[in-house]
Design a binder for this molecule. Structure first.
Ligand SMILES: [Zn+2]
Length: 60
């Protein structure tokens, strides 16, 4: 058994990890929450894409 759960909210993530674009988090919200932890503080999750932190463009 390979049970996976979101490391942020603990939600179970049944099915294949490929079903989760934000794996290993259950959602973008949790992914951003994890990012926020790196900043040592909680911050608001924007509706739009998060600010460009360190992700290079895909077509480079
Ligand atoms: Zn979650």
């Amino acid at each position: 058994m390979n049970r996976v759960q979101c490391s942020i909210c603990g939600a179970a993530m049944p099915g294949n990890w490929q079903d989760y674009p934000d794996y290993p988090f259950c959602s973008r919200r949790c992914r951003l929450a994890d990012l926020g932890r790196w900043f040592g503080e909680e911050y608001r999750v924007p509706d739009a894409a998060p600010p460009d932190l360190s992700t290079p463009p895909d077509d480079e």
